[in-house]
Structure formats: C-alpha cells, structure tokens
Ligand binder design. Structure first.
Ligand code: ADP
Ligand code: MG
Length: 264
C-alpha cells in the first residue's frame, strides 16, 4: 500500500515544490515506486520534472473534476524516474467547479485509492494556501511534511495549518499525522536561523527531521533543466541533503512498522 505524503505550508516560497520534487526523486532513486502529484496550478513541480505543463493531455484537473481514472492521466518523468500527475493553469478552475459537488474534498483520495498498490510513495505538492486543492491533498494523505524556513515569521501562520490538520483529522481523515517538519534554505551562520531552529525543536521535538536542507544554488538551477537536483548534480550539497532526508524518512517508516508489528 502506498504511503501518501502531502507537502504543505500555506506560505509561498518556503521550499514546498523543491522538497516535493527532490524528496520524491530521492525516494525513487532509493528503489521506491513513486508518484508525484502536482496540486499547484503554477505547475512548477510538473516543469521541474521535465514535463511541459502546457503540452499535457490530462492534468490533475481531469482527475478532480471529471473523475478521470488516475492511470489515464499519469505521465512518466524520465529525468526523475517516477510518475507525475501534472498541473497547470487549468487547475485553478477546479476550485470553483468543485464547489457544489458532493464529496468535493475526497476526489483525490478516491483517485489515489484505486492505485494504492502501484506505488510505495505518493508525494503531493500543495499550493500556497489552505484552499480546496490543499484540502484534497490533506484528505488523501497519511502524513504531512511541513517545509519551514527558519526565519522570524516562519512560525506565524503555523497555527492555522496545525488547526486545519487537526480539523481534518477529527472529521474526514483520522489517518492524517504530521510526518515531519523539514528546515529548508538553512544557513547555520545566521544566529536567527539557529534560534528559530531551536524553537522549532523545542515545540515539535522528534517530528523535526534531523536532516536540514541547506541553501544551495543547484536546487534553484535544476528546475530550468527539467530535472530534480538529485539527478542534475547528485553530489551538490542540496542533492545530498534530500537523499539524506529520504533515507531518514525510510528509516522512520521502518522503525514504525517494526514497532507496530510488536504491538500486534
Ligand atoms: P514553494 O513551493 O513553497 O513556493 P519553492 O520550492 O518553489 O517554494 O522555492 C521557492 C524558491 O526558492 C524557488 O526559486 C526555489 O528554486 C528556491 N529554493 C528552494 N529551496 C532552496 C534551497 N534549499 N536553496 C536555494 N534555493 C532554494
Ligand atoms: Mg510551490
């Protein structure tokens, strides 16, 4: 059964898309079968995997609004060695079109359910708001990863996200847990970064990944070549960090399943 992970934070520019692409590609490079779902109408995750968002026949729009089978809509990214459900500007309309539909927040969940045995991991790149698209991502997910930049305003807005997660858990999706918090664009030379980082660990404890993602120009360059950084320059600091994050995630998952096996 696929483990479904939403990458969410309603702030823009915190590294959601960079994390989605590179974590997903790192999991794929670790022999996992991976699907990346791009839920952001900006289509940056799609483009970053070498798929032209303006040339795709089907996008996540068709899956959400017209209930097109996932297998019909999914594309394969050669550069990332994983499947991709693409997004583009059309997806903006999905928000409005879903408004009066029954079960509108469960559309992605239902679509993924039918393909759960095809993948080990599904990574969902959410848009920078808590809208119907993000809601679909969180309702479908088993876990959410929150990328955070360790800066002064980083914690602001966190409570809205945590509250949303709690509400979803209490209503439509009791499986939803905080899979992890990842510190992005990390610069240990800045005392503000280390201060905020310490606060984060104090508040969230072990949920914070030990792996930090440094600020690294290769991570910003790679999308213009339609490649994840872990393929574009696999020895760059950014790529090495995302590979380490994927290993940490896999290690945690293994520990958890072993613990569950003991309790059963
Ligand atoms: P979001 O999806 O949350 O809006 P992005 O992943 O698109 O954020 O990142 C915002 C910008 O910062 C992009 O231009 C991206 O290339 C750049 N970026 C993200 N993470 C890093 C990093 N660790 N080092 C350098 N640049 C980064
Ligand atoms: Mg993004």
């Amino acid at each position: 059964m696929a483990r479904i992970i939403a990458i969410a934070n309603q702030k823009g520019g915190v590294g959601k898309t960079t994390t989605s692409i590179n974590l997903a590609a790192s999991l794929a490079a670790s022999k996992q079968r991976v699907l990346l779902v791009d839920l952001d109408p900006q289509g940056n995750a799609t483009m970053g995997c070498g798929i032209d968002k303006n040339e795709v026949e089907h996008s996540v729009y068709d899956v959400l609004v017209d209930e097109l089978a996932l297998t019909e809509a999914v594309l394969h990214s050669e550069s990332a060695e994983m499947d991709v459900l693409a997004s583009n500007a059309d997806v903006t309309a999905a928000e409005v079109e879903l408004l009066n539909v029954a079960g509108k927040e469960r559309r992605l969940y239902s679509a993924l359910e039918s393909c759960a045995d095809r993948y080990d991991y599904v990574v969902i790149d959410c848009p920078p708001s808590l809208n119907m698209l993000t809601l679909n991502g969180l309702v479908a997910a088993d876990g959410v990863i929150i990328p955070m930049q360790c800066e002064y305003y980083a914690l602001e807005g966190m409570s809205a996200l945590l509250q949303t997660i709690e509400q979803i858990r209490e209503s439509v999706n009791p499986r939803l847990e905080i899979e992890g918090i990842v510190r992005t664009m990390y610069d240990p030379r800045m005392s503000l970064t280390t201060d905020v980082s310490a606060q984060l660990i104090e508040y969230f404890g072990k949920v914070v990944y030990r792996t930090v993602i440094p600020r690294n120009v290769r991570l910003a360059e790679a999308p213009s070549y339609g490649m994840p950084a872990v393929k574009y320059d696999r020895l760059s600091k950014g790529a090495v960090a995302y590979m380490a994050m994927a290993r940490e995630l896999l290690r945690r998952a293994k520990k958890k399943s072993e613990a569950e096996a003991v309790t059963v």
